[in-house]
Ligand binder design. Structure first.
Ligand code: ATP
Ligand code: ATP
Ligand code: MG
Ligand code: MG
Ligand code: MG
Ligand code: MG
Ligand code: MG
Length: 280
């Protein structure tokens, strides 16, 4: 390419390709959301509006990027699995991580008023993002198990912690002290004996996080159907238009899918067996 005498500086931009044929996980996490959640009065331990907003932004991202085959979210973070063979942005790392993080952040802001109609933003939230390559299916299953195990550990702690504070009248310092060194069983016991809370009955959204999968929709109701109003509650699914207005009648196109938000276990093999398409 010709250009000005300055154009050589472009050569300092080094290629940053992802390895071919590797699974790629993209994870983003809210920047300083401890503060952000305080300043915006998130309810503790779990603000459902905020979690649903995260799910909504994640669904929007998956609609925009069909090569994302799985999403998993908890708290202020979301992980996404890219198809092993994806050629998204020629597999350029910085391009992928920056564009996806930016799009998710925009969606978070775009849909904020839907979930916080009376909650003006005090300042713009941001997210960090990263990409990690994994060689095989085992690592991918273990990756998502790791995140869901983390959800469990954090939520059990937070549920016990906030019960001690909100219902038990302890200060935050006292509650931390009460829980210091306790194992999982003891936290269950504290919740049950002191606060009559059976942890297993806590909302699955909190205990399991959010899992977003693509499921095939039967051929029947295709076009001409108004798009589903997007995911304000769990049961809502979002159409996956290839591009709005561009869904011409095509023969032999890939089966149509829609996104589904689940709050299920993904650690045991049954999840992966029920969704064999994820790892292909
Ligand atoms: P993309 O935006 O697709 O991720 P990019 O940022 O490298 O990639 P552009 O934003 O389209 O590409 O272009 C940035 C600028 O750099 C353009 O104005 C273009 O003229 C210049 N440019 C792009 N590639 C080259 C090149 N190989 N040599 C010299 N100049 C280039
Ligand atoms: P960093 O910038 O390093 O990620 P952080 O303050 O965001 O710092 P995290 O470890 O990501 O730290 O934790 C996010 C915090 O945000 C949680 O500990 C919790 O206090 C708060 N938070 C996020 N989502 C919610 C929610 N839905 N309801 C209540 N609190 C939440
Ligand atoms: Mg963090
Ligand atoms: Mg964070
Ligand atoms: Mg976090
Ligand atoms: Mg550009
Ligand atoms: Mg440009």
């Amino acid at each position: 390419m010709s250009g000005s005498k300055f154009a050589y500086v472009k050569n300092y931009e080094l290629p940053d390709p992802l390895l071919p044929g590797t699974f790629v996980v993209f994870r983003l996490d809210g920047h300083s959301f401890h503060r952000f959640s305080d300043e915006h009065n998130f309810s503790k331990p779990n603000d459902t509006r905020a979690l649903k907003l995260m799910d909504h932004a994640a669904e929007a991202l998956m609609k925009e990027y069909p090569d994302i085959v799985l999403g998993f979210g908890e708290s202020d973070e979301y992980s996404f699995l890219l198809r092993k063979s994806t050629s998204l942005y020629q597999r350029r790392q910085a391009k992928i991580v920056s564009t996806l993080t930016s799009y998710f952040t925009s969606c978070y802001l775009f849909y904020w008023p839907t979930y916080f109609p009376n909650g003006l933003l005090k300042y713009p939230p941001s997210f960090d993002g990263r990409l990690v390559m994994y060689p095989g299916e085992k690592e991918i299953k273990d990756y998502f198990s790791w995140r869901q195990a983390d959800t469990h550990i954090n939520n059990l702690y937070n549920t016990a912690f906030w019960a001690l504070v909100q219902q038990g009248g302890q200060t935050t310092t006292e509650a931390h002290a009460t829980l210091r060194g306790t194992v999982s069983k003891q936290k269950h016991e504290i919740l049950f004996s002191r606060f009559d809370i059976n942890y297993n009955n806590v909302d699955a959204r909190f205990r399991k996080g959010s899992v977003i999968v693509r499921v095939e929709i039967p051929e029947l109701h295709e076009e001409n159907e108004p798009p589903t109003k997007e995911g304000i509650d769990d049961s809502t699914t979002v159409q996956n238009p290839v591009k709005a207005g561009k869904t011409k009648k095509k023969k032999k196109s890939a089966p149509k899918t829609q996104l589904q938000v689940l709050h299920c276990d993904i650690i045991s093999d049954s999840f992966w067996n029920e969704h064999p398409g994820i790892l292909t």
